[in-house]
Ligand binder design. Structure first.
Ligand code: DGJ
Length: 393
């Protein structure tokens, strides 16, 4: 019947019918796509946004602002090539933490070979904080130049007047050039001593770059390396940049300037020589807690945790916070952020990535409630959980 009608129609009318059918088909499709309503977290499963598409915000972090959560993360594409930044930083918003609305790309990479955020660069672990004085949203992220591996070790900074962007890239930095950390050791200020040379190279034959034995001193002039990173704003409004430095051997914690767009010269070294990545930090009952990972690329490893009375330390390691089966892979995840749940006492959510380096876009999210045993935090595995988990707190 439809066939006969179509044959009798002229081309314009046929196109019209085709267009109407297409609109109906896509309309029905998107009604179905939008009908998914979540009321719990399912760590490691596909997690769809309001358009029915798996959330694309890896290595992410969350900003809470006036009743809305904003989730920022790396937008990945298909395949191995998808680990590089071909699109930018994706932003989603939510009122309840389960259901997320696609807010689009908040910071776009550019088609400019002179820019650090050139399409195809490595742009990782974006985090956004709000500066009440400047009324600006400030984004920091780890940046590596296109095709240059992980040598550049800089952080990019971008600002926006709105939480969803567009963020304007203002440049990239190494941290605190010309400044020693608060806990600098005398040895850092000296050339590598004969004693050190003899100890490590008893037969002579020093490497050309003998200064790498004093990594901190080596980067004193140009600024410290910055790779995996997070941001933390304390109760007094002071903000901190926490990043893997010194070839990822040592974590550095650096205070930001009042406008949050650069470092202010004050920083410490923590966990010197212990090789940790993926820092995620929060404050609870006056203590500072951090969760990190070891350094095994995209492969998961046992988590690390530590606590300190001040953000400047001293930090005391408390062991692997993952305590159930698969604890040696942190439940196949790597930390990225710890989210304080608004309006709930003592409620913190661990956010981790389950990377899929062979098909980057398929990376999953592992969100779990942080639980405390005394002052020690632990992460149990839950296949399915919701915010009522925090009701007994
Ligand atoms: C581990 C880091 O935590 C990730 O952000 C990423 O840089 C991968 N290494 C790359 O291998």
């Amino acid at each position: 019947m439809l066939d006969t009608v179509l044959i009798k129609m002229n081309t314009t009318n046929k196109n019209l019918v085709f267009n109407i059918l297409t609109i109906l088909l896509f309309g029905v499709n998107s009604i179905f796509a939008q009908s998914i309503k979540y009321s719990s977290f399912q760590p490691g499963e596909i997690w769809k946004d309001n358009n029915g598409i798996h959330i694309n915000a890896h290595g992410g972090g969350i900003l809470y602002q006036k009743g809305t959560y904003y989730w920022y993360g790396e937008h990945k594409i298909e395949g191995k090539a998808g680990n590089a930044a071909h699109v930018g930083v994706h932003c989603y918003s939510s009122k309840d933490l389960y259901n997320w609305k696609d807010e689009g790309i908040s910071l776009s990479v550019v088609n400019d070979t002179a820019s650090d955020i050139q399409k195809g660069c490595t742009l990782e672990r974006p985090k956004v904080i709000y500066n009440a004085k400047t009324k600006k949203y400030v984004m920091w992220f780890h940046i590596e130049k296109k095709g240059k591996g992980y040598k550049y070790a800089h952080s990019g900074v971008a600002v926006s007047a709105k939480p969803t962007g567009p963020f304007k890239f203002i440049g990239s930095v190494r941290s605190n050039p010309g400044h020693w950390p608060i806990n600098v050791l005398p040895i850092h200020k000296q050339p590598v001593s004969d004693y050190v040379k003899k100890t490590y190279f008893p037969g002579g034959g020093f490497p050309g770059n003998i200064d790498t034995l004093n990594i901190l001193g080596k980067f004193f002039d140009e600024g410290q390396m910055e790779r995996d990173m997070t941001l933390f704003v304390d109760d007094d409004g002071k903000a901190y940049h926490i990043y893997a430095s010194e070839y990822n051997a040592t974590l550095q914690i650096a205070q930001l300037s009042d406008d949050y767009t650069t470092h202010n010269g004050r920083y410490v070294r923590a966990f010197a020589g212990l090789f940790m990545e993926a820092p995620a930090i929060f404050k609870h009952n006056g203590l500072y807690y951090i969760i990190m990972s070891g350094t095994t690329g995209w492969l998961p490893n046992p988590g690390r945790a530590a606590v300190a009375p001040s953000i400047w330390g001293p930090w005391t390691e408390t062991g692997n916070p993952f305590v159930d089966a698969d604890l040696e892979t942190s439940y196949h995840s790597q930390s990225t952020y710890i989210l304080p749940v608004a309006g709930k006492k003592d409620a913190f959510i661990f956010m981790g990535d389950r990377w899929r380096p062979d098909n980057a876009i398929d990376g999953r999210y592992v969100w779990l409630p942080i639980e405390f045993e005394g002052d020690k935090m632990v992460l149990h595995w839950y296949e399915n959980w919701d915010l009522s988990k925090f009701n007994s707190n």
